[in-house]
Design a protein around this ligand. Structure first.
Ligand SMILES: Cc1ncc(C[n+]2csc(CCOP(=O)(O)OP(=O)(O)O)c2C)c(N)n1
Ligand SMILES: [Mg+2]
Length: 620
């Protein structure tokens, strides 16, 4: 057997440079680069390996390990999970900093490859700097905390273990059904250890991402359910977009007339002006889509996880006879709500299903009702995004200006706060890859880092990051990375002086917006004093960004023009009217209210809570 003598880290990097995915005849690098922050736990291992193989796999320096994993996840999301980035860290805090974003990747079902350094396999010099010691075992490190948030987890204690581990890691990474965070922890001594690796390990390897077809019996059952439907609805989830099934979905709904609502991950499945698009589903959805869902008799969920936002905490579907047809690549999701489990690739299933229901057309009354509801929502959007003439613009009107200014293929990136709900309702998508929302974990801090990752995956598209002041204050560090790499993103920083979404939720639930505004401590001992002197523009400027501070919507448009024509990352800071919110999705979200309380506001909220909760269903 021919072998190559390499360190474990060198072998890993050389191996990764040779991995490709292929779907529909197109090949791309599976791992397009490596983010990293070096410390004693990886500089001499992975650092040295990256130094000597720079031409094969580019290294990107990051500011924060969590942020770099968000960027990698965003890269993978934008690339429809066919390509991602690896992330290397030191041991201890460098490694655990990745945990939050690892959970985010796994929850959102997007691939990221994590290579945390680990404590010495030899144990001789323990405890090393940053080592967690346990009295009951030596077979543990902080990296064990990655187990519950990883779809594959391994620790390489001997060089030869790397060979089989890497292959399994790739298998999970590329699997649409299994993917998520893949963690291969490598002890700092093992990283630098040499072994005679089989040369074969370093040949080009192409991982086929297939389009599994459904079981014929189950498919026939699904077709039968649809053929008898009087008030059907389709939920388009993220799987429609990842599977590149948007054209197949369009053909399917044009043939059948079934109206479609989109989840956050599925938004963009149909263009906003499609006559078949109802709007958005669920808590952050549009009233018409939720009304149609409420009495639907057949719900065809495509590539959806049925989160509480989509199901309105299990109150969304009130037809006692409702049947679910679940088209999903993941067995686990396909079985939710006791649905007919059509396990397979969304595109392959839709094409086959279309043939079986070719005679079917939704009743005219249902179509007419759906169309009337979506038209009335479109009219309402026009009002919501218009300039209300208030001293400070509403968030909705800011969204409207950016939406009108942006081109069809541009990408809007967002994750947490009140922006995702407003964008879900108001943003008019014109391209399946134009709406990039991380709403599985809704992790504050994803926005800027995610914008960087999305732009790295789609350099030919303009990227607009929407971020609230709270999220920005939590993690804006990767602006510096964008500046360093000359990767240009546009950041619209919407300032309402605090955690506005939580303030609104808190008020609705009788907790009086407690602890949500960015204020000094006042004389009453609460956070009721003056506003904090947070200078977001100065902060962004300090990271090397071009910063613009428009006053009002006209200046915002001028700022967007300047940002677009610039080749530098630009942060546009917009103060908005914190009270200028709108609501009314008609869907309920289960957030429990205290059962007993000394506060009248809480007691009132509890009464409303109990009434709403009564309509939550099991779908068994
Ligand atoms: C990491 C993280 N911590 C806490 C939360 C809970 N949370 C959701 S939105 C939010 C406030 C976000 O504030 P900001 O970015 O200013 O947006 P706004 O709510 O004002 O629109 C918080 C604390 C979260 N989603 N992620
Ligand atoms: Mg805010």
């Amino acid at each position: 057997m021919s072998t190559r003598r390499l360190t474990v880290a060198q072998a890993t990097i050389e191996f990764l440079a040779q991995q490709y995915t292929e779907r529909d005849g197109r090949q791309q690098r599976l791992v397009a680069g490596v983010f990293g922050i070096f410390g004693h736990g990886n500089l001499a291992g992975f650092g040295q390996a990256l130094l000597q193989t720079q031409s094969d796999l580019r290294y990107y320096q990051a500011r924060n390990e969590q942020a770099m994993v968000h960027a990698a996840a965003a890269y993978a999301k934008q690339a429809n999970r066919l390509s991602t980035l690896a992330c290397t860290t030191s041991i201890g805090p460098g490694a655990t900093n990745m945990l939050t974003a690892a959970a985010g990747a796994t929850i959102n079902r997007v691939p990221v490859l994590l290579l945390p350094g680990d404590i010495f396999a030899t144990r001789k010099v323990a405890p090393v700097l940053q080592q967690l010691e346990a009295g009951w075992t030596q077979d543990i490190s902080v990296n064990d905390a990655f187990r519950p948030v990883s779809k594959y987890w391994d620790r390489i204690n001997r060089p030869e273990q790397l060979v089989t581990s890497l292959i399994e890691a790739m298998r999970v990474l590329v699997s649409p059904a299994e993917t998520g965070a893949v963690t291969v922890a490598v002890p700092q001594d093992v990283q630098a250890e040499a072994w005679d690796f089989p040369s074969e390990l370093f040949s080009k390897r192409v991982w086929r991402v297939t389009r599994p077809r459904p079981d014929v019996t189950v498919l026939a059952e699904a077709a039968h359910a649809i053929a008898g439907a009087k008030r059907p609805v389709i939920i388009a989830g993220g799987g429609v977009i990842y599977s590149d099934a948007t054209a197949a979905l369009m053909r399917f709904v044009e043939a059948t007339g079934i109206p479609v609502g989109e989840t956050q991950a599925g938004k963009g499945s149909l263009p906003f002006d499609s006559p078949h698009l109802l709007g958005s589903f669920g808590v952050s959805g549009t009233p018409g889509a939720n009304e149609i869902a409420r009495d639907a008799d057949v719900v065809v969920g495509i590539g959806t996880r049925y989160t509480d936002f989509t199901t309105a905490s299990k109150t969304q579907f009130q037809n006692p006879e409702v049947v679910f047809v679940n088209i999903n690549i993941t067995d686990f999701d396909a079985h939710k709500h006791a649905g007919i489990p059509v396990v397979g690739d969304a595109r392959a299933v839709l094409d086959e299903l279309a043939e079986l229901v070719s005679e079917y057309r939704v009743p005219a009354g249902h179509s007419a009702r759906a169309r009337a509801l979506s038209n009335s929502w479109r009219d309402e959007v026009a009002v919501l995004v218009s300039d209300a003439g208030t001293a400070l613009p509403s968030q909705a009107s800011v969204i409207g200006v950016v939406n009108r200014f942006s081109d069809a293929r541009d990408v809007v990136v967002c994750a947490a706060g009140s922006l995702p709900g407003d964008l879900h309702r108001l943003w008019q998508s014109r391209d399946p890859k134009g709406y990039h929302m991380e709403y599985g974990f809704s992790c504050m801090g994803y926005e800027v880092a995610g914008g960087l990752g999305a732009k790295m995956a789609a350099p030919d598209r303009e990227v607009y990051v929407f971020v609230g002041d709270g999220s920005y204050a939590m993690m804006s560090s990767e602006i510096l990375t964008a500046v360093q790499e000359e990767i240009k993103i546009n950041i619209v920083l919407v300032n309402n002086h605090g955690f506005g979404s939580i303030a609104a939720l808190s008020e609705a639930l009788g907790s009086q917006a407690f602890g949500t505004r960015f204020k000094y401590r006042g004389e009453d001992g609460q956070l009721s004093g003056d506003w904090l002197p947070l200078d977001l523009a100065a902060n962004a400027r300090s990271l090397g960004a071009n910063v613009l501070e428009p006053r009002g919507l006209n200046e915002l448009e001028t700022a967007l023009k300047e940002a677009k024509s610039s080749d530098r990352t630009t942060v546009i800071v917009v103060d908005i009217d914190a009270q200028g919110r709108f609501g009314g999705s008609g869907a309920w979200w289960d957030v429990p209210v205290s059962e007993v309380s000394e506060l009248e506001s809480t007691r009132t909220a509890r009464t409303a809570y109990e009434a709403a909760r009564a309509s939550a269903r099991y779908h068994l």
